[in-house]
Design a protein around this ligand. Structure first.
Ligand SMILES: Nc1ncnc2c1ncn2[C@@H]1O[C@H](COP(=O)(O)OP(=O)(O)OP(=O)(O)O)[C@@H](O)[C@H]1O
Ligand SMILES: [Mg+2]
Length: 590
């Protein structure tokens, strides 16, 4: 329940609206509560006293209260909906910010579909609770208490019977809510699983078709869909079973009023009008019994909304409270200007509790050095690279840039200095130009011309100019979702250009020339070596040809650094390097 209350504090910004809305709603409830008394007046004095004026006035009164009540409800509804939307807006922003703060490790633990549900559908559920749950609950309570008070003032004996019936009904509701709550939580979980299946399927839509796995995917989705259906049905059954039963209890109130009330009216025919239960009062009582029964049923509904909202709130608050694995240092140290050396001191690392992906790495790369990093697939190259801009923190040891532990540096500063071009080139929807300029701060450039020169130079270095200009819209050519519309090699070149534009002191290319032909690849690497003077560059690859030009090549195997040297040195003295070389050379000859 606590997460829900916490999210409701987002309403704080709209408290004036909300308060006004509550006041209007209570006033509207008041107009409803007055109506039975008006009817009583009309029956006892208008009809009973054969007074046409009272009949006429009473009817007018009913019309008036109905109209005013309706308008008040309308105003209240508009105001509460405004507050609820405002609350959702605030929550969605904060959830999004919280996700933005997630580190790579946090992201590894979540699935996209689940995060989408948490930041949209779950937020809607909480909002729905404000509108349908919270307000309805207040209204129901007001109606219930109001009717009971009015009943007690009219005839305490009869009112006590009502109170008992209501109390039992409400108790049953709470029991029901306790049963339904965990069920609703599971409904959400299943919905998550279904959404994940859907999201993954859409992300891999082309793969599914390429392997003609539609039937398999369809079965898989159907299984999740069915699991969701089953639990949703179970929750539905319980609600459906409970409702008629509770309705029946409510009807009992009516039965009691009719019998006892009727009996009292009959027995009191001879007592003076002021002391007896009149016919008008009996009718009024009847109406109050109905009025009170309605909120009891509504309370049941609001409890359901509350259970659902509480479950959703828990899931939202989990995201809000998830602290990133990579924390900003409390007392940040500045990076040394001009020193872009990289050092690994006794670094070991494993993902989760698995096998170590890196073991005892000791390494020094001098400022301005261009090194190659080679190793078989899965040897830990990407992992080693990921520790430098602190995508992950080492389990043991430390990574230092210019002599400063990366853990002591502000993340923004660290990632301004170091750009790691990820192995999988990620492009965003937008134009090619937008994608290449992505890393630039909006206020960071000195005029359009200077920016264009900068983008142009980066594209040239990445050997991207030619294909960009060949596009019909050139730099403005739109890039589809995840880079659709560009070839694999074009995507890689846009990613490289994007990194160069940022002008980092340390540039790490994680196998991002793999889709380029040998000539283009050589041009890109040589260009970088030439143009990025004074910058530290790490070129990662599985291919000898890519790293061959580097002054120093590091060799990795099974999470360890197993050699370093020039191509010739390694060929002469490093077993692993020689094996890689031989396989690639045989392939060439085949
Ligand atoms: N996010 C992750 N979570 C868990 N394990 C991971 C993760 N990323 C990599 N690994 C594991 O860590 C080990 C090293 O992977 P890494 O990606 O560093 O290899 P690599 O040398 O870059 O390989 P490749 O040449 O294929 O890119 C592998 O066993 C891999 O399965
Ligand atoms: Mg890799």
């Amino acid at each position: 329940m606590r997460p829900l209350f916490r999210l409701l504090t987002y309403l704080g910004a709209y408290r004036r609206n909300l308060l006004l809305s509550i006041i209007f709603m209570l006033m509207a409830t008041g107009t409803t509560l007055v109506q039975p008394r008006l009817v009583e007046w009309v029956i006892d004095f208008g009809v009973g006293g054969r007074d046409g004026r009272i009949l006429w006035l009473g009817t007018l009164g009913l019309l008036g209260t109905a109209t005013v009540g309706g308008l008040l409800h309308l105003a209240s509804g508009i105001l509460v909906s405004y507050s609820g939307q405002g609350m959702s807006y605030g929550i969605r922003n904060d959830v999004f910010r919280s996700i933005l703060a997630f580190s790579f490790g946090n992201l590894d633990r979540h699935r996209t579909g689940e995060l989408i549900v948490r930041s949209t559908s779950d937020v809607n559920t909480v909002q729905m609770f404000v509108r349908m749950g919270f307000m309805l609950m207040l209204q129901s309570l007001a109606m219930l208490v109001g009717s009971l008070i009015l009943m007690f003032t009219m005839n305490p004996g009869l009112a006590r019977i009502m109170l008992m019936i209501f109390a039992v009904t409400i108790l049953l509701f709470f029991l029901l809510a306790a049963v339904i709550r965990p069920l609703i939580m599971r409904v959400r979980e299943r919905l998550d699983e279904m959404n994940n299946a859907l999201q993954e399927n859409l992300a891999g839509a082309k793969l599914v078709r390429a392997f003609a796995r539609q039937r398999h995917e369809s079965n898989r989705f159907e299984a999740r869909n069915r699991a969701y259906l089953e639990i949703a049905l179970r929750a539905g059954y319980i609600t459906a079973l409970a409702f008629p039963f509770l309705f029946f209890l409510g009807q009992l109130a009516l039965v009691a009023v009719t019998y006892y009330g009727g009996l009292t009216v009959i027995q009191q025919v001879d007592t003076p009008l002021t002391e007896r239960l009149t016919l008008g009062q009996l009718v009024a009582f009847n109406e109050y019994a109905m009025l009170a029964m309605w909120p009891i049923l509504a309370l049941g509904m609001t409890l359901q909304f509350m259970a659902r909202a509480a479950a959703s709130a828990t899931r939202i608050v989990e995201v809000l409270d998830e602290s990133p694995d990579i924390a900003e240092p409390p007392r940040p140290q500045a990076l040394a200007d001009g020193d872009s050396s990289i050092e690994f001191r006794d670094v070991s690392f494993s993902f989760g509790h698995g096998e170590p992906a890196l073991s005892d790495i000791n390494l020094r790369i001098a400022s301005g050095e261009v090194v190659g990093l080679i190793g078989r697939t899965g040897s830990g190259k990407s992992t080693l690279a990921a520790l430098i801009p602190r995508f992950y923190d080492p389990g043991k040891g430390a990574v230092l840039i210019g002599g400063v532990d990366v853990k002591q540096v502000k993340l923004a500063e660290l990632r301004q200095k170091i750009v790691l071009v990820l192995q999988e080139s990620v492009l965003l929807s937008g134009s090619i130009r937008d994608n290449i300029a992505y890393g630039l701060r909006a206020n960071n450039h000195d005029g359009q011309a200077a920016l264009d020169t900068r983008l142009g130079r980066a594209a040239a270095l990445a050997r991207a100019t030619e294909f960009i200009e060949a596009k019909s819209l050139g730099w403005n050519e739109p890039v589809g979702e995840r880079g659709a519309g560009l070839s694999g090699g074009q995507r890689q070149r846009v990613a490289i250009a994007r990194a160069i534009v940022r002008d980092p002191d340390i540039l790490i290319l994680d196998d991002v020339t793999s889709a380029l032909d040998a000539t283009t690849e050589r041009e890109v690497v040589a260009g970088l070596q030439r143009e990025m003077r004074g910058k530290t560059v790490i070129v990662i690859s599985q291919k000898i040809n890519t790293v061959r030009q580097a002054n120093r090549i590091l060799v990795m195997d099974d999470g360890r650094l197993v050699g370093a040297g020039t191509h010739d040195e390694l060929l002469a003295g490093n077993q692993i390097y020689r094996e890689i070389y031989q396989t690639q050379n045989t392939e060439l000859r085949l």
